[in-house]
Design a protein around this ligand. Structure first.
Ligand code: NAD
Ligand code: IPM
Ligand code: MN
Length: 354
C-alpha cells in the first residue's frame, strides 16, 4: 500500500489552529478508510522562524519540500512583526513559483446549513480557475525616486503560454462539469493585457466547440456573484482578479473561512500545495473560534488530487451534515469552537454514507 508523504506547514495565526484540526480530520479519514496512508511531516516555517533566523524557511527548504507528494499549508502572515511582502514572498509565493504551481483552483457552492448573505442562495456551484504564476503578480516593478517625485511601478506580465495554460485548464474542467466557461476580463478599460487575454480566450475556445463561453468585465462579474451566482460554472481569471473573486466566492457561501484552494503543479515535476483562501486572521487568533471548514475542505481537495475520490466525497458530505446540524463557528452564525466542529466532523465521518 502506498504511503503519501505530506509536508505540513501550519504557518501563522489561525493556521496553527485550523491545520491541526484538519490533520485530526485526516486521521479520522484514515481510520474510516483503512486503505489510505498519509504520513505527515511538520515544518515550523512562519514569522516566528523569521524572527529567529531572518528568513521564512531554510535555504534548502524548497529542496526539502520537493520530495513530498503534497504540501498542506495553513496561512502565512503576521504583519505586526514581519511585513507581508517579506513573509509572503519568502514562503507562500516562493513555493508557488518554485514548484510551478501555475493553476489555483478555488470552488464555491451553496453549502447545506449555511446562511449565505444572498437572498437567492441555494443553487450556485462554480469553480474559479485562477492563473497562479504571473499576471498582476509579476516581480517586475519597484519604488523609485524620493520626495514629491516618489512613485511605484508594477508591470503585469501575461504570457501566451501562461494565459493559455490557465484557460485550457478551465475548459477541460468545464468539460467534466456543466460545459460553460466565463472569462473574467477588463478589455473595455485601458488595461493593455486584457484585449490580449480576450484574444487568447477566443483562440482556446475554438478548440472546445462544445463548451459555451461568456466574457464578462470583472466589475460586472463581481456584481453577478452577488445577484446571480447560479449562472457560473467555471470562471477563468487572472491572478489578481481570481484572488479578489475568490474571497467574494467565500463570502457568498457565508464566510471566507470556508473557502478551499489547491495550487496545482501541472507538469508533475514538483508537489502541488493545498491551502485555504483565507489568511492568518490575526483578529481572531488564539480565541479557538476559527472556522476549520476551509482547511478541511482544502484537505478534501488534497485527497481528490491523490486520487482518493470516494473518501473525499464522504468528507465533504460529513462537513455539510455537521453544518446543517447547527454546529458552526461564530463567523457563520454559530457558537461552536474550532474543536467542537472538528470533533463533530470526525464523529459524523464514521457514520456517513454517500
Ligand atoms: P484574513 O483572511 O486573514 O482575514 C479576513 C477576515 O476574515 C478577518 O476578519 C478574519 O477573522 C476572517 N477569517 C478568515 N479566516 C477565517 C476563519 N477560518 N474563520 C473565521 N474567520 C475567518 O485576511 P487579512 O486580514 O487580509 O490578512 C491577514 C494576514 O493573512 C495578512 O498577513 C495577509 O497577508 C495574510 N494572508 C495570507 C494568506 C495565505 O497564506 N494563503 C491568504 C490571505 C491573507
Ligand atoms: C491568497 C492570498 C495571497 C495571494 C497573498 C497572501 C499573497 O491572498 O492566496 O489568496 O494574493 O495570492
Ligand atoms: Mn487572497
Amino acid at each position: 500500500m502506498k504511503t503519501f508523504e505530506i509536508a505540513v506547514i501550519p504557518g501563522d495565526g489561525i493556521g496553527q489552529e485550523v491545520v491541526p484540526a484538519a490533520l485530526q480530520v485526516l486521521q479520522a479519514v484514515m481510520d474510516v478508510h483503512g486503505g489510505l496512508k498519509l504520513k505527515f511531516t511538520n515544518f515550523p516555517w512562519n514569522c516566528d522562524y523569521y524572527m529567529e533566523h531572518g528568513k521564512m524557511m531554510p535555504d534548502d527548504g524548497i529542496q526539502t519540500l520537493s520530495g513530498f507528494d503534497a504540501v498542506f499549508l495553513g496561512a502565512v502572515g503576521d504583519p505586526s512583526r514581519v511585513p507581508d511582502h517579506v513573509s509572503l514572498w519568502g514562503l507562500l509565493i516562493k513555493i508557488r513559483r518554485e514548484f510551478e504551481q501555475v493553476i489555483n483552483i478555488r470552488p464555491a457552492k451553496y453549502f447545506q446549513g449555511l446562511s449565505s448573505p444572498l437572498r437567492n442562495h441555494n443553487n450556485f456551484d462554480f469553480i474559479v480557475v485562477r492563473e497562479n504564476s504571473e499576471g498582476e503578480y509579476s516581480e517586475i516593478g519597484g519604488r523609485i525616486h524620493k520626495g514629491e517625485d516618489e512613485l511605484a511601478i508594477q508591470n503585469a506580465v501575461f504570457s501566451r503560454k501562461g494565459t493559455e495554460r490557465a484557460m485550457r485548464y478551465a475548459f477541460e474542467l468545464a468539460q467534466k462539469r456543466r460545459g460553460h466557461v466565463t472569462s473574467a476580463t477588463k478589455s473595455n478599460g485601458i488595461v493593455h493585457s486584457m484585449p490580449f487575454w480576450d484574444d487568447v480566450f477566443k483562440d482556446v475556445s475554438a478548440d472546445y466547440p462544445q463548451i459555451k463561453t461568456s466574457a464578462i468585465h470583472i466589475d460586472a462579474l463581481a456584481a453577478f456573484f452577488v445577484t446571480r451566482p447560479q449562472i457560473f460554472d467555471v470562471i477563468a481569471a487572472s491572478n489578481l482578479f481570481g484572488d479578489i473573486l475568490t474571497d467574494l466566492g467565500g463570502a457568498i457561501m457565508g464566510s471566507i473561512g470556508i473557502a478551499p484552494a489547491a495550487n496545482i503543479n501541472l507538469n508533475g515535476k514538483y508537489p502541488s500545495m493545498f491551502e485555504p483562501v483565507h489568511g492568518s486572521a490575526p483578529d481572531i487568533t488564539g480565541k479557538g473560534i476559527a472556522n476549520p471548514l476551509g482547511q478541511v475542505w482544502t484537505a478534501k481537495m488534497m485527497l481528490d488530487h491523490l486520487g482518493e475520490h470516494e473518501i473525499a466525497d464522504k468528507l465533504l458530505a460529513a462537513m455539510e451534515q455537521v453544518t446543517a446540524s447547527g454546529c458552526k463557528t461564530p463567523d457563520i452564525g454559530g457558537t461552536a469552537t474550532t474543536r467542537e466542529v472538528t470533533d463533530a466532523i470526525c464523529r459524523t465521518l464514521k457514520a456517513v454514507t454517500v
